[in-house]
Design a protein around this ligand. Structure first.
Ligand code: PEP
Length: 251
């Protein structure tokens, strides 16, 4: 049985003070979701304060990116160990905004994933096609490429620490959500690929989140799809009441 994982991705939003205020308001609202895992990916500056504020709650805190080296002359970068020290238990890797604006590739994503796992972090690996790729009929090939190469070299034991987030780029921050059927089709394709790469048991236990304009109004129908095991949510995760509605989608 896969435990649903609803995770916010705050991107470059919220100061430290705003982040802590969010947790103080949200912690009561998101309590009691024993059957749903709850997380927030946040800007690096806020992680330590956020993790401290979230202690004793059911909210996991994660980074939105990391470097693959433990330390070194990499100005502006943050290592997986630094995320752990700040109180993170997971990191988002390969988000389409990292791929589009910051040169993330499958190769760098793969290196980051291995380093993150070695530091004890869980990983959310993002994949998904652009609108042009979808219109050219390349959705399955693009998603296959992101997942296959992002996970290259991992074994079944390491896979247990991975969550895949299918995020069609055309649906991120646009208000255009994939239909539940489109999400299910992509998720089923990812699970089939995982079965080919890691075996059916591993594929059946890995969680696949959907991301792209998920909000309280559409989360229930997306989550009702058999291969959708959670959501990675940007805009609608920024307000405590909206985030709480997402994590309580089943009620
Ligand atoms: C995201 O940032 O991963 C995302 C899905 O954003 P939004 O929910 O705003 O589309």
């Amino acid at each position: 049985m896969r435990k649903p994982f609803i995770c916010g991705n705050w991107k470059m939003y919220k100061t430290v003070a705003e982040a802590v205020a969010f947790i103080n308001e949200a912690k009561g609202l998101v309590a009691g979701t024993g059957d749903v895992e709850v997380g927030i990916g946040a800007p690096a500056t806020a992680l330590k304060s956020l993790a401290d504020a979230a202690k004793g709650t059911n909210i996991r805190i994660g980074g939105e990116n990391c470097h693959w080296e433990k330390e070194g002359a990499f100005t502006g970068e943050i290592s997986p160990g630094m995320l752990v020290e700040a109180g993170c238990s997971f990191v988002i890797i390969g988000h389409s905004e990292r791929r589009q604006y910051f040169g993330e590739t499958n190769e760098t994503a793969s290196k980051k994933i291995k380093a993150a796992l070695a530091s004890g972090l869980d990983v959310i690996l993002c994949c998904g096609e652009t609108l042009a790729e979808r219109e050219a009929g390349k959705t399955a090939a693009v998603v296959d490429d992101h997942v296959r190469n992002g996970l290259a070299g991992l074994d079944v034991r390491q896979l247990q620490k991975i969550v895949i987030a299918y995020e069609p780029v055309w649906a991120i921050g646009t208000g255009k959500t994939a239909t539940p059927a489109q999400a299910q089709e992509a998720h089923a394709g990812i699970r089939k690929l995982l079965a080919d790469l890691f075996g059916k048991n591993a594929a059946d236990s890995i969680r696949i989140q959907y991301g792209g304009s998920v909000k309280p109004e559409n989360v229930k129908e997306i989550m009702a799809q058999p291969d959708v095991d959670g959501a990675l949510v940007g805009g609608a995760s920024l307000k405590p009441d909206s985030f709480a509605k997402l994590v309580h989608y089943g009620k």
